[in-house]
Design a protein around this ligand. Structure first.
Ligand SMILES: Nc1ncnc2c1ncn2[C@@H]1O[C@H](COP(=O)(O)OP(=O)(O)O)[C@@H](O)[C@H]1O
Ligand SMILES: [Mg+2]
Length: 261
């Protein structure tokens, strides 16, 4: 047992580096829909947190709020002790600190793989072209697509494109990486090549928040599973505890559905 709380209000035991991403009493509505309800979540430096839950439970909205692609109605979100800036340059800097990888690969179609990875560091971080190129090649090497550097996204498989998307995020030297169902648009044979890159990243100590239903990955790489339903965090536990002994009826019901496939 790792001491993670099984009830909604329990906070996890502190991991080495202390809190990096902290959400306190976060609420958000889309019109009548209360899409995030009193969310309290602390992700510690080096921690890997899996967010899991039924479709429509607010997982993507949670990720987008952390990156400020969505505004919140009330509560606070801090990254490394700093509250999310509303706009302008401070927001661009914050976004650079929070890497995000989406379900769709979102690469720039008319730029080469290498240009996709160097663009952010040059434009946002002010890195020199030569430095950005050299760092990009190291990252492309790391995700196993260095030999594709001069191609265009459409020439790559989905799995390769998603690995480039990861490299592109890493090029900004983010403090935390968010992944929103990064493998759900991939053909089955490409899922593992992306999950392997993510597992390596986790092993290297990257702080990660990952929305995924890939339980093998969760068991292998995650410190904690957060289960969401109807906009609220219903339950959190270690992967082992959560998958073998879910506490809430919502989690039991959800797991029974995904486990039968
Ligand atoms: N921009 C939006 N405007 C209105 N409703 C939205 C918007 N984005 C998401 N929603 C709704 O908010 C709820 C949560 O969506 P989402 O965060 O995408 O859930 P999940 O990622 O868990 O499937 C859903 O009911 C969805 O239809
Ligand atoms: Mg989603």
């Amino acid at each position: 047992m790792c001491g993670y709380g099984r009830v909604m209000d329990a906070q996890p035991a502190a991991v080495e580096g202390g809190p990096l991403v902290v959400l306190e009493q976060v609420n958000k509505h889309f019109g009548e829909l209360h899409v995030l309800q009193d969310i309290n979540l602390t992700v510690n430096r080096g921690e890997v947190v899996i967010v899991i839950g039924p479709s429509g439970s607010g997982k993507s909205t949670l990720c987008r709020s952390i990156n400020r692609l969505e505004t919140i109605d009330d509560g606070t979100i801090t990254i490394d002790g700093e509250e999310l800036p509303a706009e302008g340059r401070p927001l661009a800097r914050l976004r650079a600190d929070v890497g995000m990888v989406f379900q769709s690969f979102n690469l720039f179609a008319h730029k080469t793989i290498l240009e996709n990875v160097t663009l952010g560091p040059i434009k946002v971080r002010g890195t020199s072209k030569a430095q950005a190129r050299s760092e990009a090649m190291t990252l492309l090497e790391r995700v196993g697509v260095a030999n594709q550097a001069d191609k265009y996204p459409a020439q790559l498989s989905g799995g390769q494109q998603q690995r480039v998307a990861i490299a592109r995020s890493l090029a900004m030297k983010p403090k935390v990486m968010l992944f929103d169902e990064p493998t759900s648009a991939l053909d089955p044979e490409m899922i593992n090549e992306v999950l392997d890159v993510m597992a390596d990243l986790a092993k290297d100590g990257m702080t990660m928040i990952v929305v995924t239903h890939e339980m093998g990955f969760a068991r292998k790489a995650a410190n904690r599973v957060v289960f969401m339903a109807d906009g609220a965090i219903v339950e959190q536990a270690t992967p082992e505890e959560f998958f073998t002994n879910p506490q809430s009826d919502r989690a039991k019901d959800f797991l029974s559905k995904i486990l039968t496939h």
